[in-house]
Design a binder for this molecule. Structure first.
Ligand code: BG6
Length: 480
């Protein structure tokens, strides 16, 4: 039975989220240039490449590059958006491939074919009453900008990004109301090639490069916010981070302090975007370590005057912090490696499962920023089995989402968190950012494609498809 007393606010934006590089494919079609995400391979060297440790700026023999084809959303978008509409989506989060608009990144004039493609996508969404929510850059940086300028280390990228943003806001005025400037901006600290096009030089101070790049992105983000509001005062601009509260491993003050430091580090960039200045602990840290951001007085003023309208974030799990001398089991291998929380179970990919942590994170974020929040990613990456009759009975995905939506509902209805909407990650199966696999599936819609690139790319509905449709139709009151 639906609990109608626990409804989300009217106008709550339900939907799903994708990223250009993980679904579009068509990497060399209609004038598109090459980006970092294209040359990021599946397989053993992927992590070293995304971490900026292994230089790979062109396709190399012996590797498979899943972004080249993705799920070919470029040629399937009409069919895919029709399926989203059938589920009742109110919003669809997607991103722009920078290199479709400016193939090298530093041209004066945009590529009309790229602009026309996104215009068609937005018009298709609007024809179903689906509001596009658009990330300007989701882990993509033109290869030319990496080779010529060193990626976001260089301030010159600010100007190129401004040109991109101005072009987008002008062309899509009236078609797109919600924009995000950079996907998971704190990911620069963990996956700098993905987050900022950084490949480290030998002997380079990694943190200095990362923070400098982040500063340039923050300035670019503030410019985009300013420009967007000038072009269309109706537009809402959000920042975006990979969120998840840090729990202290124990109540030993050293563990609590470790959690505080981790929290401060991850939230530092959102502090700038939401509050308009760097927190003092970060400035002290930069000073201590001789990190020069290259910040000008104009930067400081721009950041102060152009904070975001809302805060968006992804939530997959909470994290745990411990002092270095705390004896505990530590997880390896993903971007947020750290102490393993003994109270939580994990997904097949070792990601902690913590729905209550979602409520905690929502409260933490709202307490800190007091701005509307938007959850723009959440979901379970899992292996699916296609039965003989073609069905996929993904009850595990339904269970995960039910528990998380319940926790989110508690945060909104019981705790009063101001939440604009919720988009699940990968409503249609797509390439995993972390591993490059197709088999790590998040979708309500199955895509026939495997980790080696075989398959027909045919789409089919999983069991979760009708479930999510019901959730949306009941505005979150019927989660059965
Ligand atoms: C977020 C990213 O970090 O998590 C997405 O914004 C990504 O691009 C998602 O796909 C899930 O991670 P993964 O590694 O399972 O694809």
């Amino acid at each position: 039975m639906a609990d109608t007393t626990k409804r989300f606010p009217d106008g709550f934006l339900w939907g799903g989220a994708t990223a250009a590089n993980q679904c579009e494919g068509a990497y060399n079609v209609d004038g598109r240039g090459l980006a970092n995400v294209d040359v990021t391979p599946h397989g053993k060297d992927r992590f070293a490449v995304v971490a900026g440790e292994r230089k790979m700026l062109d396709f190399e023999d012996g590797y498979y590059y899943p972004a080249q084809t993705g799920i070919d959303f470029y040629h399937h978008y009409k069919e895919d958006i029709a399926l989203f509409a059938e589920m009742g989506f109110k919003t669809f989060r997607m991103s722009i491939a920078w290199t479709r608009i400016f193939p090298n990144g530093d041209e004066e004039q945009p590529n009309e074919a790229g602009l026309a493609f996104y215009e068609e996508v937005f018009r298709t969404c609007q024809s179903y009453g689906i509001e596009p929510l658009v990330t300007i850059t989701h882990f993509d940086c033109p290869i030319h900008l990496i080779k010529k300028y060193g990626g976001w280390r260089s301030r010159e990228l600010i100007e190129f990004y401004k040109r991109l943003a101005t072009t987008l806001f002008t062309r899509y005025k009236g078609l797109v109301k919600y924009w995000l400037t950079f996907n998971e901006i704190n990911m620069i600290l963990h996956l700098p090639f993905m987050g900022a096009g950084i490949v480290f030089d030998e002997g380079e101070d990694h943190d200095a490069a990362k923070y400098k790049a982040a500063h340039n992105e923050l300035v670019a983000s503030a410019w985009a916010t300013k420009i967007a509001h000038e072009i269309d005062p109706e537009v809402k601009i959000g920042c975006m981070m990979a969120a998840g509260t840090y729990y202290p491993y124990s109540c030993r003050p050293e563990d609590v302090r470790a959690a505080q430091v981790d929290t401060q580090k991850e939230l530092c960039f959102i502090d700038v975007q939401a509050r308009g200045k760097y927190p003092n602990h970060a400035l002290k840290d930069f000073e201590r370590r001789g990190i020069d951001l290259g910040m000008t007085d104009e930067d400081a003023q721009l950041l102060a005057e152009n904070t975001v309208d809302f805060i968006s974030f992804s939530y997959y799990n909470t994290r745990t912090s411990a002092a270095p001398d705390t004896e505990c089991e530590r997880t390896q291998g993903n971007a947020f490696a750290g102490p393993k929380n003994p109270y939580l179970k994990s997904s097949e990919w070792g990601w902690a499962l913590d729905p209550l942590g979602f409520r905690i994170t929502l409260n933490d974020m709202y307490d800190r920023y007091q701005k509307p929040l938007f959850v723009v990613e959440n979901g379970l990456g899992a292996k699916d089995t296609v039965e003989e009759d073609g069905s996929v009975n993904d009850d595990y995905r339904i269970d995960y989402l039910r528990a998380h939506i319940e926790a989110m509902r508690d945060a909104v209805v019981e705790d009063g968190v101001d939440l604009m909407g919720y988009t699940t990650w990968g409503p249609i199966d797509l390439v995993s950012a972390g591993t490059g696999e197709m088999s790590k599936r998040y979708g309500f819609i199955y895509v026939d494609r495997d980790d080696a690139g075989n398959g027909t790319l045919a789409r089919s509905k999983k069991k979760s498809f009708d479930w999510y449709k019901k959730v949306i139709a009941s505005n979150g009151s019927d989660l059965a």
